[in-house]
Design a protein around this ligand. Structure first.
Ligand code: NAD
Ligand code: UDP
Length: 310
């Protein structure tokens, strides 16, 4: 049994991770300021003797004796991270600094939740970890992209300078039950719109691509990465390599929900990446990673979850 800190633990991915770690018998501290997360996401864990919920902003230092830290605190939906971009950068950079400081003090292993956004609007396709990316450093997405890039760089420097055991994962678009209806990301938007009989809002022409990973597959990859040998630092891509256009996603959601909704085209936001697909050779090789839930199956579970909210 380990003592594990999960920052951003009341968010979408964090709450799934906390549940997994609690069920595995670990002593889990979930740290969150509830910016985009909610106590409701971890309600079912409250009262479990090995679960503790703490309200805290990672911009400020935090201390607890822990063996492992999963650093997830950061809004992830473009709508949310662009709401207060300075705060987003602070959360990513100062959050990473504070958690790395804690790792140094307690000799804990730290896993940093990085993102496919470090590749920006990629020119190399699919994206391998060796690709340095194509990021606009001054655009509306840069608070998130550059914040996460800086966090990666801090992890590597803490490792080189202080010997901290770090792990970097680059998460590709992840969806599943537990997303907020007003999260703003494409999967939740489309399902909510379809269930309400409203138009599905496609930004641009819908020919941009994403590769969607079901949340359970990601959690398995995260746990495996944390448990991997100390000399494997990553970064490692965690995603499902099946690539779809946003138009294909909209059509699937309409079909699977049996909705009469139509598609409405809206303006494409600035710097919206044109295509994104992970090369997961490294994760397969090092972690035996196998994202086995395919899009239709994962969408069915997610649709069921959104239906149950009404
Ligand atoms: P989310 O917005 O649901 O969760 C983020 C959590 O962090 C929320 O509970 C929020 O309240 C908390 N938080 C934000 N700022 C904080 C602060 N200053 N102090 C403490 N807590 C704070 O998003 P998610 O999809 O669960 O993403 C979790 C992590 O995974 C993020 O770091 C994100 O960048 C990364 N990620 C997610 C995806 C994805 O597709 N979901 C893709 C790439 C990377
Ligand atoms: N998108 C869309 N309609 C929506 C929400 C998003 O067409 O209601 C598009 C968005 O422009 C992007 C893709 O879907 O091209 C994925 O967007 P999301 O915000 O989910 O994540 P991103 O990968 O851009 O961070």
């Amino acid at each position: 049994m380990k003592r594990i800190l999960v920052t951003g633990g009341a968010g979408f991915i964090g709450s799934h991770l906390c549940a997994r770690l609690v069920n595995d018998g670990h002593d889990v501290i979930c740290l969150d300021n509830y910016f985009t997360g909610s106590k409701k996401n971890v309600w079912h864990l409250i009262g479990r003797p090995n679960f503790e919920l703490v309200r805290h902003n990672v911009i400020n230092p935090y201390f607890a004796e822990v063996d492992e830290i999963y650093n997830l605190a950061c809004p992830a939906s473009p709508v949310h991270y662009q709401f207060d971009p300075i705060k987003t950068t602070k959360t990513s950079v100062m959050g990473a600094l504070n958690m790395l400081g804690l790792a140094k003090e307690t000799k804990a292993r730290l896993l940093q939740a990085s993102t496919s956004e470090v590749y920006g609007d990629p020119i190399v396709h699919p994206q391998t970890e060796s690709y340095w990316g194509h990021v606009n450093p001054i655009g509306i997405r840069s608070c998130y992209d550059e914040g996460k890039r800086c966090a990666e760089s801090l992890c590597m420097d803490y490792h080189r300078q202080h010997g901290i055991e770090i792990k970097i994962i680059r998460i590709f678009n992840t969806y599943g039950p537990g997303m907020l209806p007003n999260d703003g990301r494409v999967v939740s938007n489309f399902i909510v719109q379809a269930l309400q009989g409203n138009d599905l809002t496609i930004y641009g022409d819908g020919q941009q691509t994403r590769s969607f990973q079901y949340v359970d597959d990601l959690i398995e990859g995260m746990v495996r990465m944390m448990a991997s040998p100390a000399d494997f630092l990553g970064p490692v891509n965690l995603g499902n390599p099946h690539e779809f256009t946003i138009l294909e996603l909209a059509e699937k959601v309409i079909r699977l929900t049996g909705s009469r909704s139509k598609i409405a085209f809206r303006e494409l936001p600035h710097d919206d990446p044109r295509q994104r697909q992970p090369d997961i050779t490294l994760a397969r090789e090092k972690l035996d990673y196998d994202p086995s839930t395919q899009l239709e199956e994962g969408l069915k579970h997610t649709i069921e979850y959104f239906r149950s909210l009404n």
